[in-house]
Each structure stands twice: as structure tokens, then as C-alpha cells.
Design a binder for this molecule. Structure first.
Ligand SMILES: [Mg+2]
Length: 323
């Protein structure tokens, strides 16, 4: 029997996080274009206040099952080993994870009475849990499965059929689609060489068989490219010292500690903050002001379009004679 790992949020139940954010902001969000997975990044300065209120709620208390979920999941259980695999830690409220886990457990126990609680998997890292089939609304959570079903959600609807096909992913818009694919017989697309290769790299690296830094395109290894990026980003930051900074701590270091051996450097461009994590050995390359803590993450990260907005700024480069 094949094993299925089924995601909970946005697949089994929809807590309508979009409506909660819209209500808090008092406006209707435009979700027609490219929208990131973490909708809360749209909250900007209001994020802390939103989560202060949000953490007090049991968001599953009044939630219902997505239509068709109960019947299809029950039928799947006759043909597959079914597990619910769900992340229970919100990065913004790690200390409330215990409450969230309890709320999730109670919801599943009440609503899906044909499942044994030993079929629940609560984790903060789905990449370490593997099964033959994965159903999830987040593409990265599907990796490692032989059969990948992407449940349509606001943040993944702009992915094209061709993009999904290349990664061996099948889109399902509802539970009727899941039933058709997994119960009525369906020819899954051949996994593309690219997705096979990427999964092989991840697997060999996690086993300790290879060092990802040594993977090459025939001209440069990843190690080369990351090192060049460090030098080039340092040069860029040094050209805009009035906008740039570096820090050994994240903004919320208590809940989101800096990765071991890394620091963070950033440029506050006119359209957002662009940041990279870098190894400590590159610290002195960055001739910019040091901050006790990084600026608060504004959702931009290393968005190239935001970086392009530096065109609106004048670099402050000291002129040197070449004679
Ligand atoms: Mg989900």
C-alpha cells in the first residue's frame, strides 16, 4: 500500500487567513497576481499587533472541512496508508506552538472521526517526513514524493501547467479532483530530469554523501557563485553606505536566532530592504555601519526587482584618479 501525506491548512480546512488579514487591515487585498506564501508579510509595521491579537484565537474553533474532504479521505483510507502531515509552528508566534498543536489535534479528532490519532504527524519541517504521495498547497512541501498533488491556493495559482509538469506536479483544485487522480486511475507525468537531479542533490547532501558547494554547471560550482555573490554584494553595499548595514543578529533574535556562523547584510532601497545571509569570514568586506539587530523583515528578502530600484539612488563612490 502506498503512503499518502496530506497537508491540513488550506487543504483539509481553510481558516480563511486572507479574510482575517483583510479584516485587520480594513481593506480588500488584491490576490490576482503573484502573491507570496506568507500573506502576513503584507502587514508591514502592523504585523506584531496583528499576531498579538491572532495568538489569542483558536482559529480552528469555527473552521469546517473543505467540501468533499471527509468522503474522499475516507475512501482513500481503504486503498492507501493515510497520514495528516501538518506544520504547527507559526514563525511569528513560536511560543504559542503548543496551543496551536492542541487546537489542530482537537479539530482533526472531532472532524475526521475515521482516522486514528496515530495517523497525525505534527512537524516543523516536512522535508524530513517522506511518503509515496504528498498533497499540499506549498510546492516545496511536495518534494521527495513519487506523486505530487498541488492543492490550488491564492499563492500558487500563477504557477503554469508547464512549470508544474516539469516538476512532475499535478494540480488539484478540490477534493473531487483528488478522488479522480488517486481513486479513478491517473497517469502521472514523467518526472523531468531537472526535478530528479534537484531531488538527488538534496538527498545526497542530506545523507552527507556530497557537498552541495561542489555541484557545478561545468564552469562554476555553487561554492564559487556564493563566494562571488558575497564579494559583489559587499561592493554594492559599499557603494551605497548611507543605505547599507550589517548585523550579527536578526530583528527578533529571541524567536528567530541567526544561523550558526552567519551574519546578515542589507540595503534599504527605495522600494524595500534587500538582504543576504553571509558567512562570518566576509564580515570585514562590508564597510558599512553595524547594527545591534537587523531591520525588521519587510518581505523583500533578495527580490531583484527591489534591488533594481537602486537606479533611483546615487552611489556614493569616492573618485580615484587612474593616473
Ligand atoms: Mg497548507
Amino acid at each position: 500500500m502506498e503512503t499518502i501525506l496530506v497537508d491540513m491548512d488550506e487543504v483539509i480546512t481553510n481558516v480563511d487567513f486572507v479574510a482575517k488579514v483583510e479584516k485587520y487591515l480594513g481593506l480588500k487585498l488584491d490576490l490576482s497576481g503573484q502573491v507570496g506564501y506568507y500573506l502576513q508579510d503584507l502587514l508591514g509595521d502592523q504585523k506584531d499587533a496583528f499576531f498579538e491579537q491572532f495568538r489569542k484565537e483558536n482559529i480552528y474553533e469555527n473552521s469546517v472541512l473543505v467540501p468533499g474532504c471527509y468522503d474522499v479521505l475516507k475512501r482513500l483510507q481503504e486503498h492507501y496508508n493515510v497520514y495528516i502531515c501538518t506544520d504547527y509552528i507559526w514563525r511569528e508566534m513560536i511560543s504559542s506552538a503548543g496551543d496551536n498543536l492542541r487546537n489542530k489535534f482537537n479539530f482533526l479528532y472531532e472532524k475526521l472521526d475515521f482516522l486514528d490519532p496515530r495517523q497525525y504527524i505534527f512537524t516543523a519541517d516536512k522535508s524530513v517526513v517522506q511518503g509515496d504521495i504528498k498533497i499540499d498547497d506549498k510546492v516545496s512541501n511536495l518534494m521527495g514524493a513519487k506523486k505530487k498533488l498541488l492543492f490550488t491556493a491564492y499563492h500558487n495559482k500563477t504557477l503554469t501547467d508547464e512549470e508544474l509538469r516539469q516538476s512532475g506536479i499535478v494540480r488539484v483544485n478540490n477534493w473531487a479532483d483528488i478522488g479522480k487522480v488517486l481513486l479513478d486511475g491517473y497517469d502521472f507525468p514523467e518526472t523531468s530530469p531537472i526535478s530528479e537531479l534537484n531531488e538527488m542533490i538534496q538527498r545526497l547532501a542530506s545523507e552527507g554523501t556530497i557537498n552541495k558547494k561542489m555541484v557545478s554547471d561545468g564552469h562554476h560550482t555553487f561554492g564559487d557563485l556564493y563566494e562571488e555573490r558575497a564579494y559583489l554584494f559587499a561592493a554594492l553595499c559599499n557603494s551605497f553606505p548611507h543605505l547599507s548595514w550589517k548585523s550579527r543578529k536578526h530583528y527578533d533574535e529571541e524567536n528567530d536566532p541567526m544561523f550558526n556562523g552567519d551574519f546578515i547584510a542589507g540595503i534599504n532601497t527605495p522600494r524595500g530592504i534587500v538582504t543576504y545571509h553571509l558567512k562570518n569570514k566576509y564580515w570585514d568586506l562590508f564597510k558599512v555601519s553595524e547594527r545591534e539587530r537587523a531591520f525588521k523583515y519587510d518581505g523583500c528578502g533578495c527580490d531583484i526587482k527591489v534591488l533594481e530600484s537602486l537606479d533611483e539612488e546615487k552611489p556614493k563612490v569616492k573618485k580615484k584618479s587612474i593616473n
